[in-house]
Write a protein that binds this ligand. Structure first.
Ligand SMILES: NC(=O)C1=CN([C@@H]2O[C@H](COP(=O)(O)OP(=O)(O)OC[C@H]3O[C@@H](n4cnc5c(N)ncnc54)[C@H](O)[C@@H]3O)[C@@H](O)[C@H]2O)[C@@H](O)CC1
Ligand SMILES: Nc1ncnc2c1ncn2[C@@H]1O[C@H](COP(=O)(O)OP(=O)(O)O)[C@@H](O)[C@H]1O
Ligand SMILES: [K+]
Length: 560
């Protein structure tokens, strides 16, 4: 599990250690230097490599310079641009004593600074860390330099390491107030604990891979709730969030999903959602829809059952248009789908009428089960939804929901610029468990906020959301009784679904982890790979599930 804390909480955790004389900065700088050495070794070696340190006047710059001193001691040519004209004295002195050279920036347009960047092998961005008071981005000369240096550093092909965080991001929220002046990093080496902002967009895009350096303050943070968490493969295995079927299982014990999606005019979403749910390992998928749509769904997925009846979770709304009234008025099939979706929501809320129950093929006394509300089911929502009602909007759909809820100024672009903030805001208004789709998926629920980025940008393809809804439905169905009895956090299970979806996409795109030759694994750059289609993604879901199960003690498989 990666936990992301607020800058404030990390600073509070550091305080007693600093007061006790624990050398946090030395440890941070050493850890940073080790990562920098690894990057240099992978790029032709350390001796003679040109390292440029961008150092602000605070402790972030000091970390970068102290790491620079380690690199200089091993033969790298280290040049430091003191972007505020000066830096922490003892760090300047240490680096100077190892032969480091300095440019104290007085003129933001000093051509020598850009020239240094243009020939760099490695850049350490130590302009600003958690000490940035206001959410303004980098200011002053440093701002001008950062904006100009970006192009020069990119043209040099230099490897960029952000020290603690990319300078100018908001450490806690992930906001990037001045994107033109933020240097995109290949790796962020962060100290003590991940900062929450690194796990959230848009900052996450600038952070690259995140390495947390243990500087001995873990114990100080154990009592502090993280702002965000990220589920990892090892967590799924350790917590047994997925289980392989037992010899005694029959299909009803493995979970049944009911899918209320699509129509004869819009069958694609239903086909993909049903297929995704089935590939994620449920015992059965029931399709609730008109006969003509069902025949298309079954032609594509012969195992799907077109008969109402008991399920452990519903998925409603994928492939149904959002403008209910005009659509449903003209189309009886759509009207029937909307009312089935409303009936399933009523069942989840415990307010289903006999008519609702009959529509779902259930008898009196049927118990509430979890439900996913996607696309066309995401309108006119009641408030204070229970956690087992899962909403899966993208930014545009969330903007409409918030507009309807009395926030007319919220826009899609606004949400994309601050997904953590708006996901929490929407969760505060509607309750339930909210999954906000995007390049990083944010899940806000009663148990806290999760941020998953297991996918690839190849996922930005039509139908990927329909597959996600099916996978969420499948894992909810498999965990239905745990969720409904309060023994499992819905958000954690929804984060698992986002993870399965992302991993499947990476497999489909050819982004398989590879062995590093030392018993470890290297994840390839998620921006490489190849185009995917949603059917291709769906074919890879079993492989993702297998990987998540493989090392669990009762399964004994091998890592794929
Ligand atoms: N507290 C500690 O002992 C530790 C701190 N560490 C490092 O220290 C960093 C925090 O250091 P500081 O608190 O000194 O803060 P920073 O180094 O992040 O920045 C503070 C300096 O930047 C300037 N500044 C603030 N906002 C600015 C803006 N918007 N534009 C331009 N300049 C701005 C301020 O004048 C101040 O001098 C962490 O990110 C981490 O890198 C690590 O060494 C671990 C231990
Ligand atoms: N750039 C990206 N990087 C990673 N994942 C993405 C990216 N863009 C979209 N996704 C994911 O792809 C899916 C798209 O869903 P959605 O927007 O509902 O598409 P559709 O309506 O076509 O199915 C979501 O799971 C989203 O998180
Ligand atoms: K920094």
């Amino acid at each position: 599990m990666i936990e992301g804390f607020s800058a404030e909480d990390v600073r509070a955790a550091e305080e007693p250690l600093l007061a006790a004389g624990v050398p946090l900065m030395e440890r941070a700088a050493f850890g940073l230097a080790m990562r920098a050495l690894a990057a240099l070794r992978a790029r032709g070696g350390v001796r003679g490599a040109r390292v440029v340190v961008l150092a602000g006047r605070g402790n972030n710059g000091a970390d970068a310079m102290l790491a620079g001193a380690h690199l200089a001691a091993r033969g790298a040519a280290v040049s430091t641009i003191l972007v505020a004209g000066s830096g922490v004295d003892h760090a300047v002195a240490r680096l100077r004593s190892q032969g480091g050279r300095f440019l104290a920036l007085q003129d933001a347009d000093d051509p020598r600074a850009i020239e240094m960047c243009r020939t760099a092998t490695l850049v350490l961005d130590g302009v600003l860390g958690t000490g940035s008071a206001a959410n303004t981005g980098v200011r002053g000369n440093a701002r001008t330099l950062m904006a100009q240096a970006r192009g020069a550093i990119a043209s040099a092909g230099a490897f960029v390491i952000a020290v603690d965080q990319p300078s100018g991001i908001d450490s806690t929220t992930g906001a990037v107030p001045d994107p033109q002046a933020v240097l995109p990093a290949d790796e962020t080496v962060t100290f003590g604990a991940a900062k929450a902002g690194l796990l959230c967009e848009p900052a996450a895009t600038y952070a690259g891979t995140i390495t947390v350096i243990d500087i001995g303050m873990g114990a100080q943070l154990t009592a502090t709730a993280p702002v965000v968490r990220r589920l990892q493969v090892a967590d799924v295995r350790a917590e047994r969030l997925l289980r392989a079927p037992r010899a005694s299982d029959h299909k009803y014990l493995r979970g049944v999903v009911g899918i209320i999606a699509g129509s004869a005019h819009y069958p694609g979403a239903a086909i993909m959602s049903c297929a995704a749910a089935q590939h994620a390992g449920v015992g059965m998928v029931r399709y609730f829809g008109p006969r003509e749509a069902a025949s298309q769904v079954i032609a594509a997925n012969p195992q799907v059952v077109h008969a109402a009846g008991r399920v452990q979770a519903y998925v409603a709304g994928s492939g149904l248009p959002a403008d209910h009234d005009s659509q449903a008025g003209a189309d009886r099939e759509l009207a029937a789908q909307y009312s089935a979706s409303a009936a399933a929501l009523a069942l989840a809320l415990g307010t289903a009428s006999p008519v609702d129950l009959a529509r779902l093929g259930l008898g009196e006394g049927a118990a509430p089960v979890p439900i996913v509300l996607d696309a066309g089911a995401l309108t006119a929502l009641p408030r204070n939804l229970p956690a087992h009602v899962v909403l899966t909007p993208h930014a545009g759909e969330l903007a409409s929901l918030l507009n309807q809820a009395g926030h007319p100024d919220v826009t899609r672009a606004g949400i994309e610029g601050a997904p953590l903030r708006f996901a929490r805001m929407a969760h505060g208004i509607f309750g339930g468990t909210l999954l906000l789709k995007g390049s990083t998926t944010i899940i806000a629920g009663a148990g806290g906020v999760w941020s998953q980025n297991d996918g690839t940008a190849w996922l930005a393809t039509a139908g990927a959301g329909d597959a996600l809804a099916g996978i969420v439905g499948a894992v909810l169905a498999q965990n239905s009784s745990l969720i409904m009895t309060g023994r499992q956090d819905t958000g954690r299970i929804v984060a698992l679904a986002a993870m399965i979806h992302g991993m499947s996409a990476r497999f489909a795109a050819g982004l398989h982890p590879v062995a590093d030759g030392q018993g470890g694994r290297i994840d390839p750059d998620p921006n490489l790979g190849r185009p995917i289609t949603v059917p291709g993604l769906i074919e890879c879901i079993p492989r993702a599930v297998a990987q998540l199960l493989s090392a669990s003690p009762d399964n004994g498989g091998t890592i794929v």
